[in-house]
Design a protein around this ligand. Structure first.
Ligand code: FAD
Length: 478
């Protein structure tokens, strides 16, 4: 009987244990994707990740067609949909790669039960992480809370298995009906806000591999020093590809390690790059051990934090109108491209939770909706890190100064000039604090502060003092 390969978050053909094992079994195979936003425990995708998913499915379908196979796309609760498909094609088994998170695992358990009821076998393969999170749980049942010892343990534990090749051929079952990708309604129509995403990104396994190759060839040697600079492309930009499993951490690991052996001068950059991949791993482990990471403070003391509700300030932040150029550049980059440089994410997030005292969950939700790499682990874990409520977090009292951050990491202002064109004619010494310019300097640069570009939404010193006072109130209420 045929085997169904259920594609979940590994939207690729290489290093896909479920697909590879099915293909090597000699059975006929049906590849299937189920768009399931209904099963309990699923966090519905945001707008930008929906857009990415549509592109990723197109790329996957094209790769499968090149092997002579179809991608059967259906929609609905996975247990029901896969049960129906299994009956239709008289499948003997369904194979899939694990997604090591409580929600997706609960869905998989339902699928397994539904298939069991009709006598269809299930087989699950490890994927997605370098180490099974269950392996790193302590005796107290808690998972790792501090990154550095976590990463040391991972480095000592793993030599992840060598990536599997793409099956050379697939003997396929044809004829099962499939939805068109367009029928999933993943892409915007009116208004079509995805123009900037289309010109910035190419989804899919091939594009992911090319990105990794290019990064290792041209950028990794400078990565350790340049990765904080938003004005140049110094990082891999692999995060959305990783999010949808278009490339696996194992593939990145082995390719990067091989590059380090070949080019020892790049070893430092490669170690740093892999440790960033470690932060992804750490965030996913946190999520595994704390399924409500996006809604609950990891440090319960933060439950009493006196957050402010200020819709106007939240909207100004979302639209890149805070009056802090580095933050506004980041928020506009995010809206236009579905991404934002990591350093700027930290500064923008800090402004929201510290200077504006807005609950980190509101920022997390905005990023969830607008990032093409919006990740159920990394997004909430990073927000909690910035807010100070997380595991191994930046202490709350460390308040980023958005002017100094801009001057340090975007020293000549190229990043701000690109995304905040109304400030483009200001000199580097003023571009991160236009309010410090003399009236003549503003006039020469064509800036009308408060009209063509806003004054700061809150003065830094005042915002910082207010944040520290709020934090102190939390401490005294402990
Ligand atoms: P590179 O520097 O090339 O790093 C390689 C890979 O390592 C990345 O692709 C990513 O998978 C991982 N990585 C790097 N930095 C981090 C980090 N700090 N935490 C976790 N993983 C990391 N990353 C996401 O993938 N999804 C998110 O939803 C997300 N939300 C964030 C929210 C905030 C407030 C902050 C401060 C950071 C967030 N990050 C998130 C982490 C980080 O900003 C991105 O992973 C990074 O910018 C992606 O760019 P890159 O692929 O060029 O990274």
């Amino acid at each position: 009987n045929p085997i169904i390969v259920w594609f979940r978050e590994s939207l690729r053909l290489s290093d896909h244990p479920a697909l590879y094992t099915a293909a090597m079994s000699g059975s006929r195979v049906t590849c299937s994707f189920v768009y399931d936003q209904e099963s309990p425990g699923i966090r519905p995708l945001g707008g930008a990740t929906q857009w990415w998913l549509a592109q990723s499915l197109r790329a996957l379908r094209a790769e499968l067609e090149a092997l002579g196979a179809d991608l059967v796309i259906r929609r609905g609760p996975a247990a029901k949909v896969l049960g129906e498909l299994a009956r239709e094609i008289k499948a003997g088994a369904v194979y899939w790669n694990d997604v090591a998170q409580a929600g997706p695992r609960a869905v998989a358990a339902d699928v397994e039960a539904a298939l069991g009821d009709i006598g269809v076998a299930s087989r699950v393969f490890a994927d997605d992480l370098l180490v099974d999170p269950a392996e790193l749980r302590g005796k107290d049942g808690r998972g790792p809370r501090v990154f550095t010892p976590f990463w040391k343990r991972v480095l000592a534990l793993v030599d992840p298995p060598k990536p599997l090749p793409t099956p050379a051929r697939l003997a396929c079952v044809t004829g099962a009906s499939s939805l068109a990708i367009e029928a999933l309604g993943l892409e915007p129509t009116k208004p079509d806000w995805a123009g900037g995403l289309r010109t910035t990104w190419q989804a899919g396994e091939r594009a992911a591999q090319q990105r990794l190759t290019r990064f290792l060839e041209f950028a990794v040697h400078g990565y350790a020093g340049d990765r904080d600079r938003p004005d140049i492309e110094a990082t891999s930009r692999l995060s959305p590809h990783l999010r949808f499993g278009e490339i696996s951490p194992r593939q990145i690991w082995h390719t990067a390690r091989f590059a380090a052996e070949e080019r020892p001068a790049c070893a430092r950059g490669i170690d740093k790059f892999l440790s960033e991949l470690g932060w992804r791993e750490f965030s996913r482990h946190l999520l595994y051990n704390n399924p409500d990471l996006a809604t609950r403070n990891l440090q319960p003391s933060f439950d009493a934090f006196p957050w402010t509700k200020d819709d106007a300030a939240l909207a100004a932040w979302q639209r890149g109108q805070t009056g802090y150029p580095i933050v506004d550049a980041g928020m506009r980059e995010l809206w236009h491209t579905g991404s934002m440089h990591n350093r700027v994410r930290m500064v923008a997030a800090s402004l929201l939770v510290k200077h504006l005292l807005i609950d980190w969950r509101a920022g997390e939700q905005w990023f969830w909706d607008t990032l093409v790499d919006a990740d159920p682990g990394s997004n909430p874990a990073s927000w909690q890190w910035v807010a100070g409520s997380g595991a191994d977090a930046a202490p709350y009292f460390r308040v980023f100064n958005p002017v100094l951050q801009g001057e340090k990491f975007d020293a000549n202002g190229a990043y701000v000039r690109r995304w905040v064109p109304e400030l483009a004619r200001l000199p580097a010494g003023l571009i991160h604090q236009p309010w410090a310019a003399k009236p003549l300097e503003l006039a020469e640069a064509g800036v009308a502060l408060g009209r063509s570009y806003p004054s700061p939404i809150v003065e830094h010193k005042h915002g910082r003092a207010r944040a520290l006072a709020a934090y102190a109130s939390l401490r005294t209420s402990d």
